[in-house]
Design a protein around this ligand. Structure first.
Ligand SMILES: Cc1cc2nc3c(=O)[nH]c(=O)nc-3n(C[C@H](O)[C@H](O)[C@H](O)COP(=O)(O)OP(=O)(O)OC[C@H]3O[C@@H](n4cnc5c(N)ncnc54)[C@H](O)[C@@H]3O)c2cc1C
Length: 504
């Protein structure tokens, strides 16, 4: 007999995207199930670069310190010449942390350890991944989704209000929804392998024959482990041997060094690079996040980061609509995130081309700090603004002094599931009380004292202006204090409800 389960959100796939969504729903007390068809967690390094914007997201999710403590920063790239001499260069421009941008450099952590950290956070929040549990089919109507799953308890039916396909590049959910996935294969096949190896130090990312797609091999010490990650392009028709002996032979052939020996392989993959973007991110009550919606080359380390940020965008919106916000809030997910993926596909494909020509340097665009949603239906500037922070842009951090004298940061005010209104005005107009809205006043008589002018520098507000910050750290509205009534309508539209007066 098939048993019947009910939940609000069924998340299919417990990779980085599915885990992020689960954490975001768990923080908001939403009922969900997170199913993963593999019996055990994924064990490879794959997406190992955590970009500064994702570090900000992880700060809000409560895991950034654990991630950085487990991992480390990227070492210099050491490019060897054929005679064995080498030059070293930094992968990213060294930029000092700034008050507005506290994270500047990518952190390296193998994807399996990032996911482990996320699972630990999920456990703190009282949830587990259901491993060995596969989505086999689903149908939907106006009220919900009926999903058929198979797991240790046998076949089960799950009724959910929403289904999210976080099920990777070959997404079963995307295929079932018949969403097109146009794009192209890029004619590059590569291997990636996590290995124990002797013959190289752990001080550099060792790169041989950079730019020569027949001979290139890059060997990177994997922070947080004793392992190295080997990456190498291979010919489309080549036989790949991913055993320790096979990888030693490949490394010897390409480096001309017989002292580099691979002793064991803990994970390896042989893959074709493609760039594809789903035509739609939503059909009815089903959504796509992460690689299910976009795949692209690993150059620039964007994939995991974009996947995490997709789920971070969708999580608060799903929670709000489940609590009664208008359904159109969910349409803003595709409107905001699909253009980001489109740009990222272009970036990673361009970096792949640069890499083929020997270029390895990663610029500001890979850090994802300038991603924003300026054209979003959720962005309002009243009146229009030309300078400073605008609706849709990332809300910068800033150091300030609390009225009680203690140093603090805006990100500490933003951290949590609430919205934040920064009021830069002497005059105060009363907004209806809303439990999910935290209001702070900036100024000598406010609770936030801009002692070092960091808020002024980052936001460039004029007296009388207010900034509304969304739960995902983007500016929802920049609004004149005289227009605050418009903010009431805005907040109703995104599900930030007023506190009902108690009736006796
Ligand atoms: C070889 C390789 C190298 C990469 N290198 C980099 C890199 O250097 N930098 C970077 O940023 N990114 C890299 N990426 C990309 C990065 O790994 C992905 O962007 C990231 O894993 C996407 O996360 P996700 O959660 O969307 O999907 P995935 O990590 O693919 O997770 C999807 C999960 O869904 C599960 N699933 C699938 N179907 C079902 C079903 N029917 N029922 C239940 N569960 C299901 C799968 O088992 C899987 O665990 C690389 C990817 C590959 C393949």
């Amino acid at each position: 007999m098939t048993s019947h389960l009910a939940t609000d959100v069924l998340i299919c796939g417990a990779g980085a995207a599915g885990l992020t969504l689960a954490i975001e729903l768990a923080r908001r007390g939403v009922a969900f199930r997170l199913i993963e068809k593999n019996a055990v967690p994924f064990a490879g390094s794959r997406g190992k670069g955590i970009q500064p914007r994702t570090q900000e997201v992880f700060e809000d999710m409560g895991i950034v310190d654990q991630i950085v403590a487990r991992g480390g920063f990227y070492p210099s790239a050491r490019s060897y010449r054929d005679d064995g001499s080498y030059v070293e260069s930094e992968l990213s421009e060294a930029t000092e942390a700034a008050p507005a941008e506290p994270y500047q450099l990518p952190v390296m952590l193998p994807q399996c350890l990032t996911e482990q950290t996320m699972r630990e956070r999920l456990t703190e929040l009282g949830h587990l991944v259901q491993f060995d549990c596969e989505l086999l089919g689903f149908e939907q109507d106006a009220d919900g989704v009926t999903a058929h799953i198979s797991g240790p308890a046998g076949r089960q039916t799950v009724s959910a209000r929403y289904l999210v396909g976080a099920d990777g590049g070959r997404s079963f959910v995307r295929k079932t929804l018949e969403i097109d996935f146009p794009g192209k294969t890029l004619g590059v096949r590569a291997i990636v392998a996590d290995v124990t190896l002797t013959g190289l130090d752990r001080e550099a990312w060792h790169r041989f024959s950079d730019g020569d797609m027949q001979r290139m091999v890059a060997i990177c010490p994997l922070a947080g482990t004793e392992l190295f990650q080997i990456q190498a392009p291979i010919a489309p028709d080549a036989q790949s041997d991913l055993s320790a002996q096979g990888l030693t032979a490949l490394v010897t052939e390409r480096t001309k060094r017989e002292d580099i020996i691979v002793h064991a392989v803990s994970w390896a993959s042989d893959y074709q690079m493609s760039a594809r973007l789903a035509e739609r991110y939503r059909i009815g009550r089903a959504f796509l996040v992460g690689d299910a919606a976009h795949i692209h080359p690993p150059t620039g380390g964007q994939g995991l980061n974009t996947s995490v940020q997709d789920a971070y965008n969708l999580g608060w919106k799903l929670a709000a609509v489940l609590r009664g916000a208008p359904d159109r809030l969910l349409d803003s997910y595709e409107a905001e995130r699909r253009p980001v993926a489109e740009a990222m596909l272009g970036l990673s494909t361009r970096l792949l081309k640069d890499q083929k020509e020997g270029g390895m340097r990663r610029g500001r665009e890979t850090r994802q700090l300038d991603i924003g949603y300026l054209d979003s239906p959720l962005a309002i500037n009243l009146p229009e603004r030309k300078d400073g922070v605008r609706a849709g842009s990332r809300a910068p951090d800033a150091l300030f002094q609390g009225a009680a004298g203690q140093p603090s940061r805006l990100f500490q005010l933003f951290k949590g599931i609430h919205w934040t209104l920064l009021v830069y005005a002497e005059r105060q107009k009363t907004l209806a009380a809303r439990p999910e809205l935290h209001v702070h006043h900036i100024g000598p008589t406010g609770d936030v004292i801009d002692a070092w002018n960091h808020i002024r520098d980052a936001y460039q507000l004029a007296p009388g202006e207010c900034v509304l910050i969304r739960p995902d750290g983007y500016v929802g509205a920049v609004i004149d204090v005289d227009n605050l009534t418009n903010l009431d309508a805005y907040l109703d539209g995104v599900g930030v409800c007023q506190l009902e007066a108690e009736t006796s």
